[in-house]
Design a protein around this ligand. Structure first.
Ligand code: NAD
Ligand code: ZN
Length: 251
């Protein structure tokens, strides 16, 4: 039996399937990853920009980087990996997507239950008060500001992008929900994550400890590969297309 057939069989036999996605799931939409072959961001070191310290030191520079990323994301389209996950949920084959991505492409592809562990790049949040707003790029929002860094309309303090930076805690509700899903699922489909960012990388381990089977879709071996029951060494979009064909043929 091929790895693909085994994956399809595990999914069809499972009661609860959950997907965990990372930057690699959006790579086929043309959005660069942090790590891996094509993950180098011209002249920027993400780790030196995506931190509270970097923002405190030079908020304008950090904002410029985020506006550049927003532009790239606004120009991108969901790929077949996003679309097939949405379709699987619609057909009752997938419970939820837990994502480390901040691009919102799962929602754009039609996924309903998306748990965002690292926030959403389209949100602006005040660093001081409770003010926040969600920008809609389709309406041209959040792509440029009259003043950089932008300021809170309520209190005048700085606004920041609504993402989790290195060294910051994850949104507690999202983490609790993700851990519950990890403990309760029979299969976790781990797509395009290097497994180097914790606590997201712990979720497959938690799932496995609670009896789940793990399927990895990633062209490269990762920190998580040795925990996997099935590994599909292919890019996310073609792998999900072939997996979906296999599932449909077996159903
Ligand atoms: P990562 O950059 O650490 O790892 C990316 C992984 O994707 C690697 O294992 C690589 O082998 C794999 N990959 C590359 N191309 C792929 C493809 N076409 N199909 C499938 N897999 C592919 O990403 P991470 O594990 O998600 O962690 C990085 C952090 O960076 C996350 O916290 C995330 O929030 C953030 N990030 C988000 C985005 C986004 O929202 N699209 C993009 C970059 C980084
Ligand atoms: Zn404010």
């Amino acid at each position: 039996m091929s790895e693909l057939e085994r994956a399809a069989e595990l999914i069809l036999d499972a009661e609860t399937v959950v997907a965990l996605t990372g930057a690699g799931a959006s790579a086929d939409s043309g959005i660069p990853t942090f790590r891996g072959k094509d993950g180098l961001w011209n002249r920027y070191d993400p780790r030196e920009l995506a931190t509270p310290e970097a923002f405190a030191k030079d908020p304008e520079k950090v904002w410029k980087w985020y506006l550049w990323r927003r532009k790239k994301i606004a120009e991108a389209e969901p790929n077949d990996a996003h679309r097939i996950l949405a379709r699987m949920e619609e057909e009752g084959l997938l419970e939820a997507v837990i994502t480390q991505n901040v691009d919102g492409l799962h929602q754009r592809a039609g996924s309903e239950r998306v748990i965002e562990l690292h926030g959403n790049i389209w949100r602006d949040e005040c660093i001081d008060c409770d003010y926040e707003r969600m920008n809609d790029p389709e309406r041209g929002e959040g792509l440029e500001y009259d003043e950089l860094p932008p300021r809170c309309p309520e209190c005048g303090e700085l606004l920041r992008p609504g993402v989790v930076w290195f060294g910051e805690p994850l949104p507690p509700d999202a983490l609790v929900e993700a851990e519950e899903l990890a403990r309760g699922c029979d299969v976790m489909l781990v797509i395009g994550t290097s497994g180097e960012v914790r606590p997201a990388a712990d979720l497959p381990v938690i799932a496995r400890q609670h009896g789940a089977r793990l399927i990895e879709i990633n062209p490269s071996e990762t920190q998580l590969s040795h925990h996997m029951h099935v590994c599909i060494r292919e890019r996310a979009a073609p792998a999900m297309r072939r997996l979906w064909e296999e599932i449909r043929a077996m159903r």
